[in-house]
Write a protein that binds this ligand. Structure first.
Ligand SMILES: NC(=O)c1ccc[n+]([C@@H]2O[C@H](COP(=O)([O-])OP(=O)(O)OC[C@H]3O[C@@H](n4cnc5c(N)ncnc54)[C@H](O)[C@@H]3O)[C@@H](O)[C@H]2O)c1
Length: 409
């Protein structure tokens, strides 16, 4: 029996998959902020919906709840499925939604492995529906304008770029069941890490900004990595990467969850004719390009919510059937490719020397002595920690990405 919810007409129907955690924010945005004349919520799928703060509001609106997607699709349909579940479910859930005729907005990263992502790409091509990958910056007008100007050659050829993100995460974060894990209970890859979850946005953003076309990123050809672990996890909570792209651009990325002082993202993008900088939380979050002749071009922050940007774009695209969304599977793939390759290259992540690792009572977080200073130094010098002479650094490992198609683990 077809489930009839509160609307029809030209509104698109939306299925929400995963409404606890980050999914809470999608629910809040849809219930209270997005234009309700453009969509209806056709159903919710979550194995534990009570983690969502808006369960009662959803029930009051007679929105049906399910514990798996197949049950929803047995009796209903959706123009757009929004998937905010842990990484290990993305591939299967996105493929199922596509096969049932839904467009998809899937949270970042695409999936656990490159082979998962390839399956999603095949299914996407077969069905002709879109899959948007929820990288916040890629749906934002400030970044879109900058990307357009880079592609138009305003700053000349890209030369090198770097981003640093120091975001402390406490013990409760890693205790969530899947954060910092390699595999799930049934042996499925998760591969969650500092660069495959919270800070993935900013590695992706560098590839994305210099991609030659709107829904396209630069192609990485080699990655050199140092990975470190201070928390009791299976993957890593600090990384320093150097990626070379097919356009000959060197991309440096530094991220850690095991520091005391949060900072960034901060980035510097060097082009033939200008240097572009950004420091989150400073200078009204403007992105500033300074040309070599001293002139400036400023990209003001839009001050919009990332959730609102993503939803507005995907609801409109689902309504018109447009297949051009700002960030799809292909554009999001380079981040996943690099992360899989470095994990294959460094299967056993080194820990820090125990005397450097401390627990901070106030934040209930693990932090590593001198790490913050070292990563800032590396950022300043365009180097990896081993090259910069950090005493605790392990030798960096380089991986050729040509032909890398399967994460073996
Ligand atoms: N764009 C962003 O800024 C941003 C921020 C945070 C998280 N995320 C992404 O959102 C996704 C979820 O992360 P989280 O931290 O919210 O996770 P979480 O574990 O806190 O929440 C996941 C939700 O999915 C539900 N769930 C788990 N397995 C399910 C299944 N098989 N079917 C249906 N529901 C299931 C859980 O019950 C929970 O409600 C990840 O991909 C993460 O990277 C994105």
């Amino acid at each position: 029996m077809e489930v009839v919810t509160e609307m029809s007409g030209n509104k698109i129907s939306v299925l929400l998959v995963g409404i606890g955690g980050y999914g809470n924010k999608y629910v809040e945005e849809l219930l209270y902020h997005q234009d309700r004349s453009t969509f209806e919520i056709a159903g919710v799928v979550d194995i534990n919906p009570e983690r969502c703060s808006y369960v009662q509001e959803l029930k009051d609106r007679s929105i049906p709840f399910y514990t798996d997607m197949a049950s929803f699709y047995e009796s209903s349909r959706a123009d757009l499925a929004i998937i905010s579940t842990p990484i290990q479910y993305h591939s299967e859930q996105v493929c199922l939604a596509l096969s049932q005729g839904s467009h998809v907005l899937c949270e970042k990263p695409i999936a656990a492995t490159v082979q998962d992502a390839q399956k999603m790409m095949e299914m996407q091509k077969k069905t002709g529906k879109f899959v948007a990958v929820g990288y916040n910056l890629s749906f934002n007008a400030q970044i879109q304008e900058l990307k357009r100007h880079i592609a138009a050659g305003l700053f000349g050829r890209p030369k090198r770029m770097k981003t640093l993100v120091l975001w402390r995460r406490g013990l409760d974060y890693f205790g969530s069941g899947w954060k910092g894990r390699k595999k799930g209970a049934n042996g499925e890859w998760i591969l969650d890490s500092v660069v495959h979850n919270a800070t993935s946005h900013f590695l992706h953003n560098m590839f994305y900004l210099i991609g030659p076309r709107p829904n396209e990123s630069a192609k990485p050809v080699e990655v050199t990595a140092e990975l470190y672990r201070a928390n009791d996890i299976e993957t890593f909570d600090t990384c320093a990467l150097k990626v070379n792209t097919d356009q000959g651009v060197d991309i440096f990325f530094y991220a850690s969850h095991t520091i005391l002082g949060n900072a960034g993202p901060v980035f510097t993008l060097e082009f033939e004719k200008a240097v572009i900088t950004f420091y989150e939380g400073k200078d009204d979050n403007k992105i500033t390009a300074v040309f070599h002749d001293g002139t400036e071009k400023v990209y003001p922050s839009t001050n919009t919510s990332a959730l609102a940007d993503k939803l507005r774009t995907c609801i409109a695209a689902a309504a018109t059937g447009a297949d051009e969304i700002p960030c799809g599977l292909e554009a999001a793939y380079p981040q996943l490719l690099c992360v899989n390759a470095v994990m294959d290259a460094i299967p056993e992540v080194p820990g820090f020397e125990p005397h450097l690792v401390h627990h901070d009572e106030d934040t209930d977080a693990i932090w590593v002595e001198s790490l913050e200073e070292t990563l800032w130094l590396c950022y300043d010098k365009w180097q990896l920690p081993a090259q910069a002479g950090a005493k605790w650094a392990a030798e960096a490992k380089a991986v050729d990405l040509a032909g890398y198609r399967v994460f073996k683990g």
